[in-house]
Design a binder for this molecule. Structure first.
Ligand SMILES: CC(C)(COP(=O)(O)OP(=O)(O)OC[C@H]1O[C@@H](n2cnc3c(N)ncnc32)[C@H](O)[C@@H]1OP(=O)(O)O)[C@@H](O)C(=O)NCCC(=O)NCCS
Length: 157
């Protein structure tokens, strides 16, 4: 996997993630509004950094409004994303997913996975609009805030 590059489909830019992005965006995956459906690892510990798993800031008109990234040490690569609440409802997550999947395919990745909490209908709509299809469930995926561990599994293309 080459170093992440800047990707774009016009006014929406995905650029390599920077350490100061959480402060600029104003949210991290741990914020209550963001984290409802972002699970924690069942092991209790996040994996060490994976240099081959690209992370991007989602940048709208120069303003970082979210993140789209690939989970550490998972193959096939598994994508995750969040948007600042005021940046939702405009298609930015769907477009970002489309951009990164196309780029990953150009790098030779044949499959991308995506897992969502069964109640996360917004994320499921994003996945389906971006061309992912349902491929079963994972019973022991992550520890979600509601205490459950099950996720719906999607694959692309
Ligand atoms: C998941 C999340 C990113 C989805 O955000 P979102 O704004 O619903 O998704 P999009 O940016 O793709 O926007 C889609 C909405 O914009 C609308 N839209 C407008 N222009 C659009 C366009 N050009 N393309 C696609 N959708 C467009 C769609 O109709 C849709 O609205 P609807 O759901 O009311 O029909 C967001 O809810 C979030 O950050 N959640 C918290 C973190 C999380 O759950 N992450 C996923 C873990 S698997």
């Amino acid at each position: 996997m080459p170093s992440p590059v800047e990707l774009s489909d016009g006014d929406l830019v995905l650029r390599p993630w920077r350490d100061d992005d959480p402060a600029t965006i104003g949210y991290t995956p741990r914020d209550p509004e963001i984290s409802v459906y972002l699970g924690a690892p069942l092991s209790g510990a996040f994996p060490p950094p994976d240099p081959d798993a690209p992370w991007f800031a989602i940048v709208e008109n120069g303003d970082p409004v979210g993140r789209i990234w690939f989970a550490g040490w998972k193959r096939p690569f598994e994508v995750g994303y969040y948007l600042r609440p005021d940046a939702r409802g405009r298609g930015l997550a769907t477009r970002s997913l489309d951009i990164v999947c196309t780029w990953m395919a150009e790098q030779g990745e044949e499959t991308i996975e995506l897992c969502t909490h069964p109640d996360n209908e917004r994320s499921q709509r994003v996945a389906e609009r971006a061309g992912f299809r349902r491929a079963g469930e994972v019973e022991q995926y992550a520890r979600f805030k509601d205490g459950t561990t099950r996720a719906l599994r999607y694959v692309w293309p």
